[in-house]
Design a protein around this ligand. Structure first.
Ligand code: CA
Length: 297
C-alpha cells in the first residue's frame, strides 16, 4: 500500500465506483457503481457488505429522513426501501434528452436533493444542475453543464461548492438555505494540468474541501478560501471518483474509484481499481454528517 493508514474496505471490481456517502443514523456507507447499476452498502456495525442491482445508470444515493434512501437512476429521482426492495419514482428531468443521465448529487442543509446531469457521450455542455425540493417539485438551477459532479455546503450554510469536471475548477456560490437560491458564482479552486480532473467532493468540519482526482491518483484536501492544496492521500489507482467521511467519529475517509477508461495493460498495473478504500485519519481530520432528503409531501 502506498499511503500509510490507507486500506481496502471492500475489494470489488466496480466499473465506475462512485457516490460514497455515510449514513450517520444507520452507521453504514452507501456507494454506487454507475455503469453496473449497483447500489452498495457497507454496514459498520457488522462489517457486512451487501448490494442491490437496480439496473440502468445509477448516479448517486442519499439517505432520507424516512426509511428510504433516494437514488438517481437514469434521469429520475427514485425512492428505495432497502429491506422491502421496493422502488418508486419521485420525479424525472430531461425527458426529451435520452442521451443524458444523472451523475453525482447531494442534499443541502435544508434537505433538498441537488443532482446534475451529463451527456453519456461526454460530448459537450448539454447537462444541467437540478434541485428536488422537499415537496417533490423539481427546479433547474444551472444550464450548460458538461459532467456534473461534487457538491457540498459549508457548516454555516452560506456557501455551496460545485464541480463541473472538465472545467478543472471548483465553483463557489452564495447560498440561501431558506430558498435554495445560488448567486455570485466565482472560482474557488483550479486544479492544475498534472493533477487530473476534480470529480466527487466532501467537506470537513473546518470547511476544507476533499476532492477525488480522476486520473490523478489521489484525494486532496483543498482550501477554498485561498485555492491552495493542503494535503493529499496518494492512491494506488488512477481513476479516483469520490470520498466521504464515515465511522463513529467521522474520521475515516472512504474513497471510491473506477476501472472505466483503463486499458487491460493499465488494469494489470492497478489490480485494486474499482475497490472501496478507507483512509484512517487517526482523528486528525473529521467530516460532518451528510444531509438527508427531507420530504414533506
Ligand atoms: Ca463523479
Amino acid at each position: 500500500m502506498r499511503t500509510e493508514n490507507l486500506s481496502i474496505a471492500v475489494e470489488i471490481q466496480s466499473t465506475l465506483g462512485e457516490g460514497s456517502i455515510w449514513d450517520d443514523q444507520r452507521k453504514c456507507l452507501y456507494w454506487v457503481d454507475i455503469y453496473q447499476g449497483i447500489l452498495h452498502r457497507l454496514d459498520s456495525k457488522n462489517g457486512k457488505h451487501d448490494s442491490i442491482e437496480v439496473g440502468g445508470f445509477l448516479g448517486s444515493v442519499v439517505p432520507s429522513a424516512s426509511e428510504e434512501v433516494i437514488l438517481l437512476n437514469n434521469r429520475s429521482f427514485v425512492g428505495l426501501d432497502w429491506e422491502k426492495k421496493s422502488f418508486h419514482t419521485l420525479g424525472e428531468v430531461e425527458k426529451d434528452l435520452e442521451g443524458n443521465r444523472f451523475n453525482d448529487g447531494k442534499c443541502d442543509p435544508a434537505g433538498r436533493y441537488w443532482a446534475g446531469t451529463m451527456p453519456q457521450a461526454e460530448d459537450g455542455p448539454f447537462g444541467g444542475l437540478y434541485c428536488l425540493h422537499p415537496d417533490l417539485s423539481i427546479e433547474k438551477k444551472l444550464d450548460n453543464i458538461s459532467i456534473s459532479n461534487g457538491l457540498v455546503w459549508t457548516t454555516d450554510k452560506k456557501t455551496m461548492y460545485y464541480i463541473d469536471t472538465p472545467t478543472k475548477e471548483v465553483w463557489a456560490f452564495d447560498f440561501d438555505n431558506s430558498t435554495g437560491s445560488i448567486t455570485n458564482k466565482r472560482v474557488a479552486v483550479t486544479i492544475s494540468e498534472s493533477e487530473g480532473f476534480p470529480d466527487g467532493m466532501t467537506i470537513d468540519n473546518e470547511n476544507k474541501l476533499w476532492i477525488a482526482h480522476w486520473g490523478g491518483y489521489q484525494v486532496a484536501r483543498w482550501d477554498p478560501e485561498t485555492g491552495e492544496k493542503l494535503f493529499s492521500v496518494k492512491m494506488p489507482v488512477s481513476q479516483v471518483t469520490s470520498c466521504a467521511f464515515g465511522g463513529e467519529k467521522l474520521d475515516q475517509l472512504y474513497i471510491t474509484c473506477a476501472r472505466k477508461g483503463l486499458s487491460n495493460e493499465a488494469l494489470s498495473k492497478e489490480p485494486l481499481a474499482g475497490s472501496l478504500f478507507v483512509y484512517d485519519t487517526k482523528g486528525k481530520y473529521k467530516g460532518v454528517p451528510a444531509n438527508r432528503f427531507k420530504r414533506v409531501s
